[in-house]
Design a protein around this ligand. Structure first.
Ligand code: ADP
Ligand code: ADP
Ligand code: MG
Length: 622
């Protein structure tokens, strides 16, 4: 086994890899950008090397600088994490050519699986069932449209070089095809520098089922069962679990065997994931699961597999990279219980899930569950990188127990002033349909209204705030307590008056929360929500979210990539005004109310700072 390891990544995955590396007695080396000088992954490593400015292209994505850092520190091995250079075959080759150990997939396998169209062709040849569609050379818009017509709508246009849910458009009717194609190409060119696409039949009642595979240099390949990642928003995973709900032994056998076959077809070594899409309209069936793509790296959601198998997949990666045989044979692996993971993002679900950036003045993550994170209280969430703050991972004997644990864990998250999706996660994990296992990739979109807290605090939250102000029988204030439960007032009822209406609320069960002073303000943390409050009432967060004056500001630094309206045009509430690209995603900015565009300040193609006026809407006179 090598003695030192450089992790060519940042954030939670760098910290995750260091944890195992330290346990195995390796010397750990971090690389970091100027924006990450004080980042947790830098603090946790034995050594750290500055590799460039904040922009990923000039630091984490600059293979030359990463390699130079490895040489300068005498690192013997390089782990790429996920994202960044993890699926860059040229980088893998350069690492190997420099005489270092590459803790990743063989460059040839990365290449074979790197483009979705080529990967599908390879899988067809290997006898693995693939999602029906067009993946030809001819990229002319008319040809693509004709192919989409032939496949039959709805179809999904996908960037062949795509990843991370980007560069994908669902098209429901022929007349929308060219629009979808254009926007997909634009996103693909910006994100991947390659605007070629393929077209797939859009699978209805789709479930995302993936299989963890592992290979070693001695020709062994095993699978570590499946994960279900159907809980997605805009094709990005939000909650993942293992095993998959409703999985039968026959279907598991079929899908895991197909995954092993796929890995063997490319001579796979190390950790990889074969992703499948299932038509679950009649439950999971072996003849309705198709290969979608292979991710030739460790996956974000690998902890759920670790939980149910009791294995440390990073340790497996390091051992395999060092030339050892796989730590377990197939028959030594078994599923124990149920695991779920939720991705805690710095984003504001109440404002269309826009990323939220800033300093984490308060960051308390739940105890008693596994938390993988790359930040601590006081750290900064910047606009340069992925907005994931942490992953919450739970493990329980049954799926139901795991869901309860996950909902509780998400509900205990306390973050301020950065906004998070914690309350959204807590609600999703407690949702009746979710708990019953009725999941598909449309689950979040269908239920979004109930899953997203309003911009005004609910009655229950207001009651909790009122309860926090009620003097305690012993003369102290509830706010003195680290956590309060508002079940002490007489009869367990809390009376509050909201907008002249009196409410009496049964407090015992629902009103658990905590009040903390953050940056001089009292914040009520409850069910994953965070509300600043003053005497007697909870304030609505950010006045701008509630009472818009019609000025649409850029919520973060980004680039205006398309404008959908003209000056003077009439718009209706919710209508898309423009598209902003920030944090590697496109974000639609919508009209706050019905009215007219009186000021169109945004210019397509321009970079904007945070807080810049993009559009001003004047309301219709009543
Ligand atoms: P990425 O490389 O961005 O991960 P994938 O091809 O893995 O792209 O697809 C991401 C997600 O998009 C899937 O998890 C699934 O939710 C959805 N998806 C992909 N292909 C299809 C399809 N043919 N029909 C329906 N949904 C799909
Ligand atoms: P998974 O299937 O594991 O969710 P994704 O395709 O969503 O994989 O991407 C994995 C992670 O890689 C993302 O969560 C993100 O942090 C990171 N990532 C994806 N694309 C990029 C990119 N272009 N640059 C940096 N990081 C990226
Ligand atoms: Mg994928």
């Amino acid at each position: 086994m090598f003695k030192s390891l450089l992790v060519a990544n940042r954030g939670e995955i760098a910290c995750r890899v260091f944890r195992t590396a330290h346990r195995m007695g390796l010397r750990t080396i971090a690389v970091y950008s100027e924006a990450d000088a004080n980042a947790l992954h830098v603090r946790e490593a034995d050594e750290a090397v500055l590799i460039g400015p904040a922009a990923a292209r000039e630091s984490y994505l600059d293979a030359g600088k990463v390699l130079a850092a490895a040489k300068a520190t005498g690192a013997e091995a390089v782990h790429p994490g996920y994202g960044f250079l993890s699926e860059n075959a040229d980088f893998a080759e350069a690492v190997i050519a420099a005489g270092l150990v590459w803790v990743g997939a063989p460059p040839s396998a990365i290449r074979a699986m790197g483009l979705k169209d080529a990967a599908k062709a390879l899988m067809i040849a290997a006898g693995v069932p693939v999602t029906p569609g067009y993946m030809g050379e001819d990229q002319g818009p008319e040809r693509l449209r004709a192919e989409a017509d032939a496949i039959g709508y709805p179809v999904l246009i996908k960037a062949v070089a795509g990843g991370g849910g980007k560069g994908m458009r669902r098209v429901d009717a022929a007349e929308d095809f060219l629009d979808g194609l254009q926007s997909c190409r634009r996103e693909a060119a910006a994100a991947f520098g390659d605007d070629r696409v393929l077209i797939e039949k859009y699978i209805l009642s789709p479930r995302h089922i993936e299989v963890q595979v592992f290979g070693d240099l001695h020709g062994n390949v095993v699978h570590l069962f499946e994960r279900d990642c159907s809980l997605q928003r805009r094709h990005q995973k939000v909650i993942e679990e293992a095993p998959a709900p409703g999985m039968t032994p026959e279907v598991r056998e079929a899908v895991c065997a197909a995954a092993v076959k796929a890995a063997q077809a490319v001579g796979y070594v190390g950790a990889g994931t074969i992703e499948f899409i299932a038509d679950a309209s009649e439950g999971l069936r072996a003849d309705r699961i198709w290969f979608m793509e292979m991710n030739t790296r460790l996956q974000v959601e690998h902890p759920v597999t670790e939980a149910i198998t009791g294995q440390d997949l990073v340790e497996w990666q390091l051992r395999v990279a060092a030339g050892e045989v796989l730590p377990k044979r197939q028959e030594e692996l078994a599923i124990d219980g149920w695991a779920m993971e939720a991705r805690l993002y710095a984003e504001n679900p109440s404002a269309g899930f826009l990323p939220s950036i800033g300093r984490l003045d308060r960051l308390r993550l739940p105890e008693g569950v596994r938390v993988d994170t790359g930040v601590q209280e006081g750290d900064e969430v910047t606009a340069f990188y992925d907005p994931m703050i942490a992953k919450l991972i739970v493990h329980a004997p049954t799926r139901q127990a795991a869901a309860v644990k996950l909902a509780e864990a998400a509900g205990r998250v306390e973050v301020w002033p950065v906004r998070t999706n914690a309350a959204f996660l807590a609600r999703a994990a407690a949702d009746e349909g979710f708990v019953a296992g009725r999941v598909d990739t449309g689950f979040i979109e269908r239920g979004v209204d109930a899953l997203v807290p309003g911009v005004e605090p609910s009655i229950a939250v207001q009651a909790a705030a009122a309860a926090a102000l009620i003097p305690r029988p012993d003369g102290g204030a509830w706010t003195d307590l680290a956590g309060f439960r508002a079940n002490a007032p007489a009869q367990g009822l809390v009376s509050v008056s909201i907008a002249g209406q009196a409410y009496r609320i049964e407090a015992a069960r629902t009103l658990q929360g905590r009040v903390a002073t953050v940056g001089g303000r009292e914040i009520l943390f409850i069910h994953g929500e965070a509300w600043p409050f003053g005497p007697g009432r909870v304030e609505a967060r950010g006045e701008s979210e509630r009472l818009s004056d019609g000025v649409v500001l850029s919520p973060m630094p980004g680039k205006v990539i398309a404008i959908e309206v003209e000056a003077g045009q009439r718009v209706s509430r919710g209508q898309k005004l423009l598209t902003l690209e920030a944090m590697k995603m496109e974000h639609g900015m919508a009209a706050p109310f019905d009215g007219r565009v009186v000021d169109l300040a945004a210019v397509a193609g321009e970079q904007v700072a945070e807080g810049v006026v993009l559009v001003r809407i004047e309301a219709d006179p009543d």
